[in-house]
Design a protein around this ligand. Sequence first.
Ligand code: PLP
Length: 380
Amino acid sequence: MNIYLDNAATTPLDPEVFEAMKPFMLEDFGNPSSTHSHGRKVKAAIESARKKVAELLQCTPGEIIFTSGGTEADNAILTGAVHAYGIRNIISSPIEHHAVLHTLEHMQKENQIDIHMVNLDDRGHVDMAHLESLLAKNDRALISLMHANNEIGNLLDIQGVSELAEKHQAYFHSDTVQAVGHYRHNLQKTKVHGMTAAAHKFHGPKGVGFKFVRREKKILPFVYGGSQERNMRGGTENVYGIIGLAKALEIAYRDMDEHTRYIQRLKSGMIQKLRATIPGVTFHGDSENPEKSLYTVLNVSLPESEENNMLLFNLDLQGISASGGSACSSGATAGSHVLAALYPGSKRGAIRFSFSKYNTPEEIDYAVKKLAELIPVKTF
Ligand SMILES: Cc1ncc(COP(=O)(O)O)c(C=O)c1O
């Protein structure tokens, strides 16, 4: 058995996406900035990819700027907004991705910015009353709160936060890297000002993503150079990446209802089976509430044991790829800042399983069986 249950780290490329990318790796190789026919053809393909993404998210093509992925997009929006609006106060949470937290730390040092962490409830959700009180005290702040948490799967009330941001004239950035391609965003309705995506989280290629920057809330460019991406990000475009991103998003939207149901069933099934086989198992975050938990992520909390340190390694030996938290810091059995913030002092084990349309119920059964075998039986 060789089972991949780490789809929050990255997803396999959809063959249909690869087929769409292929011509741009071979025959359609022109530089989109060239004005001759080779260049024009590729430029047109990029613009139609941008139009497609904008249609799906219900925004305008000019509001989509392609990047090298989620990290760059988060960096670009946070630094771009701080500089454009002279922001002095940022409201965020301790369970954001490092693409956000490390950028904020850097800006705190460089720009004399105060960072205010919003309270989280016992399931890891943002305390909206506390958020509102922080907004009331800090005029024209920047809010950075992620839509779907990559480690525990918690979902933010992104609509509610966007309304608070509007009321308090705050700039609202949301790291939507784990949510784009899994949920439909309607940017006419949800007035987030900046959001981000990475194609490899929804069966597209790695090394490409985008930032959405609302037209009325312009920010400064991130990469200076040529006039690509409407002067917002210099550098020759990752053409086949962009084509792949748009195709992957199109497929994700086309099949979303069916795949959401299918993957949620895999997750709920795993929750039930783990409960039935492993005494004392619980789940980090709010996994059992489908309304408030990303259906692709399940973070399992295991009773304290010396063996917990070796679980991921041993699962790997059994052919099961999972993760101990965020895999983005690679390699990583290093402690998770998300779990440390939510469960200080806890010595329970944590394994993140994350699912995609390519997983099967048989794989889930196998993973549960192997995990149960690896948990020491307690005799009292
Ligand atoms: C929530 C979140 N934000 C940002 C990123 C960074 O994306 P990328 O690795 O494409 O730069 C990730 C990657 O795991 C993520 O899960």
